[in-house]
Design a protein around this ligand. Structure first.
Ligand code: CP
Length: 315
């Protein structure tokens, strides 16, 4: 694996999950692999899990880590041929070139602006780095995808599934702020790539891009979707069609204990951070049905598997 920008970059999802399970049993088994290698982590946005789990993953492989935020660096210009007489002091060409000499693998997090769909879905930041780096690039959540999160979600489902074909439901949930489609996009494409029976439920008008959901059952009836589900994955996303809109509506879509009772003693999943009693009721999040901490823990070992494969490629 040369880069990890989307779920599609994994040549074999199951073997990546298998490796993550090996690392969960013995985090130090490949301690020599990353010796004298450095991971750079560049954050344009806040993070708790992604930053720390990826740092721990790198340490488990013997790597050094340098994490930094764009606020500690210069404002970057991504435009080809830009006349740089405004706020942006450094072009991606030099920044990526310099970082390629400083670190062996670079991870980048950059959220969308949610104003211009075509611009966000062209992934200007991630693709700008990809074009000008000469080292492997890892997506730490970009404008449209969060593949490291989805890998951890898939690992958690594999650990907990009671049947060969569990029913997994991705449900839209309310949120006070407009959020990107990156987590649901990646989750849907990961489930479908893994051959999992996926139902997506959301209010009308909040369809995701069909590029990520082709093959899933899609319904506007949340209760019907929950019936017999083995896993309920809640996430808010803003509208793809009326781009960036439609988040503060539909408070009745919050996941609560009554809805969870419709499931097959289903497990509750969320990528975190989560707004309690907006997205999901305390009674669900605090119950044994919630596996959100297991998902967060698995972020370490799935990130470790990804870094390990990228180190293999560099040999
Ligand atoms: N789930 C997730 O990516 O968490 P952070 O935003 O805290 O990294």
């Amino acid at each position: 694996m040369k880069h990890f920008l989307s779920i599609n970059d994994a040549p074999n999802l199951q073997s990546l999950i298998d490796l993550a399970m090996v690392y969960k049993k013995n985090p130090n088994v490949d301690r020599e692999k990353g010796l004298n290698k450095t991971l750079g982590l560049l954050f344009f946005n806040s993070s708790l899990r992604t930053r720390l789990s990826t740092e721990i993953a790198a340490h488990n492989l013997g790597m050094q880590v340098i994490g930094f935020s764009n606020q500690q660096a210069w404002n970057l210009e991504f435009g080809e041929g830009a006349v740089m007489d405004q706020q942006n002091a450094e072009h991606i060409k030099e920044a990526a070139g310099v970082l390629s000499t400083y670190v062996d693998i670079l991870g980048v997090r950059s959220f969308p602006e949610l104003a211009d769909r075509a611009l966000d879905y062209s992934e200007p930041v991630m693709n700008g780095f990809l074009k000008h780096l000469s080292i492997p690039l890892v997506n730490l959540e970009s404008a449209t995808m969060h593949p490291l999160q989805s890998l951890a979600d898939l690992m958690t489902i594999r650990e907990l599934q009671k049947t060969a074909k569990p029913k997994v439901v991705l449900t839209w949930a309310p949120h006070p702020r407009a959020l990107p489609q990156s987590v649901p996009n990646s989750f849907a494409s990961c489930m479908l790539a893994a051959g999992i029976d996926l139902t997506i439920t959301h209010p009308e008008g909040l369809e995701l891009s069909p590029d990520f959901t082709q093959g899933a059952t899609i319904t506007h009836n949340q209760q019907e979707a929950f019936e017999g589900a083995d896993f309920i994955y809640a996430k808010n996303w803003s509208s793809f069609k009326e781009y960036g809109k439609g988040t503060s509506l539909h408070s009745d879509w919050m996941v609560d204990g009554k809805k969870m009772k419709l499931s097959n003693e289903g497990r509750f999943m969320h990528c975190l951070p989560v707004r309690r009693n907006v997205v999901v009721a305390d009674e669900v999040l605090d119950s044994p049905q919630s596996v959100v901490l297991q998902q967060a823990e698995n972020r370490i070992f799935t990130a470790q598997a990804v870094l390990s494969k990228l180190l293999d490629h560099g040999k």
